[in-house]
Write a protein that binds this ligand. Structure first.
Ligand code: 0X9
Ligand code: ZN
Length: 309
């Protein structure tokens, strides 16, 4: 199984996806979506107990590792794979849904945060500056691109890129959304930190027409997590992105997903302890707990969104 006792390099995630695909061929399909800027394969799995190609069931799509330094994110996606394939305790989740699980959207940045700069956030693509690399994937979607909370300076951590979808990493997520658009009931992108569940619109804080339902599903998820969370973790806050996190940011994944028609779309800000950059580095002794409690949220989200879809 996957080693949840410590943070792992990209190769461990890649090997895990390959391993489960090999061991459970009737349930898991491994996809090598594209190569990152530096040539690393961006891998994801499709999980279905019937036949993914039948297109009969609603899809739950979860990604992680968009921001390189948010190391607690990828293991929560690996945990979901583990619970749907290796350690199935709730078969209804497989009977009702097909799943798409993409643990590391930004493999170049993730590796760079291990080898060079622990708090690297962006991709590693070349820019118009010879000194600065990388684009913020969560500013690179075509949703009010380049407006609030974004920079046109390639040296900034929130650089939106030279145009929408300039990054292959962003395009991989976009293409998954579009390929399965009509049946994706729930899209969640895993970030850290802050113990928050955020929903659209994140560029200006206005609310989409289904905000009441977005909030309802969000609260179900937050409460499911809080029920099993450690006492010294913060309680989850659920609400509109701008309202809850306190700043507007255009070009983000959950907004783009909702714009193109996915009804339930959220950014999770997973727990962090401490302040400033150190909060991105949650003590590895908490990885299992965060994975476990986050899975409670995901299950509640899938079931509630599934009922409403
Ligand atoms: O700023 C972000 O991209 C996210 N926070 S993080 O600290 N993980 O970088 C929040 C994104 C919230 N969603 C929208 N603004 N739509
Ligand atoms: Zn993030």
């Amino acid at each position: 199984g996957f080693p949840f006792n410590n943070y792992q390099r990209l190769a461990v995630f890649d090997n895990y996806l390959e391993d489960v695909a090999r061991r459970f061929p009737d349930r898991v399909t491994l996809v090598n979506a594209a190569n990152s800027f530096e040539g690393r394969p961006i891998k994801y799995v499709k999980i279905s107990t019937t036949n993914f190609q039948d297109r009969r069931k609603p899809v739950i799509f979860i990604d992680g590792g968009t921001h390189a330094r948010e190391w607690i994110s990828p293991p929560t996606v690996a945990w979901a794979i583990h619970k749907l394939v290796e350690n199935v305790t709730e078969p209804d989740l497989l009977e009702r849904f097909d799943w798409i699980l993409l643990p590391i959207v930004n493999p170049d940045g993730y590796e760079f945060s291990h080898t060079n700069e622990r708090f690297w956030r962006k991709t590693r693509s070349s820019t118009s500056s010879i000194f600065c690399r990388g684009v913020d994937v969560n500013r690179n979607y075509d949703f009010f691109w380049g407006t609030s909370g974004s920079s046109s300076n390639p040296c900034a951590d929130n650089f939106a890129g030279r145009m929408p979808f300039s990054e292959v990493e962003t395009r991989v997520v976009r293409d998954i959304m579009n390929e399965h658009l009509s049946r994706i009931a729930l899209y969640i992108t895993m970030h850290s930190f802050g113990s928050m569940i955020l929903y659209p619109w994140g560029h200006d804080g206005s609310l989409p027409p289904n905000a009441l339902l977005l909030n309802f599903v969000g609260v179900q998820m937050g409460e499911a997590i809080d029920k099993v969370a450690l006492p010294h973790f913060w309680e989850y806050l659920v609400g509109n992105s701008v309202n809850v996190i306190g700043y507007a940011a255009a070009g983000a994944a959950e907004d783009y997903a909702h714009l193109i028609g996915i009804p339930f779309t959220y950014t999770y800000e997973l727990p962090g302890l401490g302040s400033g950059f150190e909060a991105f580095h949650l003590d590895p002794k908490y990885i299992e707990q965060v994975c476990f409690e986050t899975w409670e949220g995901l299950k509640a989200g899938a079931r509630t969104a599934g009922d409403l879809f």
